[in-house]
Design a protein around this ligand. Structure first.
Ligand code: ADP
Ligand code: MG
Length: 260
């Protein structure tokens, strides 16, 4: 059983504070969804956890199994079991998916250790079968001319191969079409299990009809302002975010009555 604990996290970009004291603990086996309007810092949160150099953590901590990861480089965090699914994955023309994944796995081994081809392809094909991905797919170049759905398929396959403890999936602005939505949700549901914790960042309630979260959190202005179960997502779809903001606003003073 692993845990990823975000403790009173503050994150700044170019001296501007974006995440303003956010706390959240995810345990293995749990799927947490973070929802919230654009610009509230959802992507900033996931990038800061993964160790993106543009995002400065000014206060708070992120602990994996009780140990702070903030001093670790992004690749060390990845090796420790944190996977960040990119909203805009890079294209790598000339590098096949099979070779790319192999390099990614090789990079996680200790120096001098070799990933042998037989073991690798066995694992690759096993994961592809589980995710119902056509074998032809892995000979294509990474993200080169991929459709939105194919990029997602590549991302889910990476996740399956790397077997992270925690996956941070930021789906906010990617404009998931129905094909990509299906691939992501089927993939996550196939990988869901006692060894994986998921932080699903989305602004579409629709995605949560397919990936049913254990917990839903509303992020607003850099903080989690409301948490609940999956019914909270339905309420947000029905009522939007305004009522959450209104609940936060201090009660307006009663209008002054003018006495003659
Ligand atoms: P969300 O994912 O909730 O839509 P973001 O984390 O992308 O929100 O953005 C939060 C705020 O931080 C926005 O005001 C955005 O303009 C700003 N921001 C995000 N990334 C950068 C960046 N690399 N440089 C400058 N400002 C940024
Ligand atoms: Mg975003």
């Amino acid at each position: 059983m692993s845990s990823l604990e975000i403790r009173d996290l503050h994150v700044a970009i170019h001296d501007k504070e974006i995440v303003k004291g956010l706390s959240l603990t995810i345990r293995s086996g749990e799927v947490h969804a973070i929802m919230g309007p654009n610009g509230t810092g959802k992507s900033t949160l996931s990038k800061a956890i993964a160790g993106h150099p543009d995002y400065t953590i000014t206060q708070g901590d992120v602990l994996l199994d009780g140990k702070s990861i903030l001093e670790q480089e992004p690749d060390e965090r990845a090796r420790a079991g944190i996977f960040l699914a990119f909203q805009y994955p890079s294209e790598i023309p000339g590098v096949s998916i099979a070779n790319f994944l192999r390099a990614a796995l090789q990079a996680r081994l200790a120096e001098g250790e070799e990933l042998d081809a037989t073991t690798y392809y066995k694992r690759l094909y096993q994961k592809m079968d589980m995710l119902k991905i056509d074998r032809k797919f892995t000979s294509r170049s990474v993200n080169d001319g991929f459709s939105g759905g194919e990029k997602k398929r590549c991302e889910i396959l990476q996740m399956a191969m790397l077997e992270p403890k925690f996956a941070l999936m930021d789906e906010t602005d990617s404009g998931l079409d129905i094909d990509a939505l299906r691939i992501v949700s089927e993939g996550v549901n196939a990988l869901r299990g006692p060894g994986l914790g998921v932080l699903m960042i989305t602004h579409y309630q629709r995605l949560l009809n397919y990936i049913v979260p254990d917990y839903v959190h509303v992020m607003y202005d850099g903080r989690i302002v409301k948490s609940g179960d999956k019914t909270l997502a339905l309420e947000l779809e029905r009522r939007g975010y305004d009522w959450v903001k209104q609940e936060l606003a201090p009660a307006a003073p009663a209008p002054a009555t003018v006495h003659a």
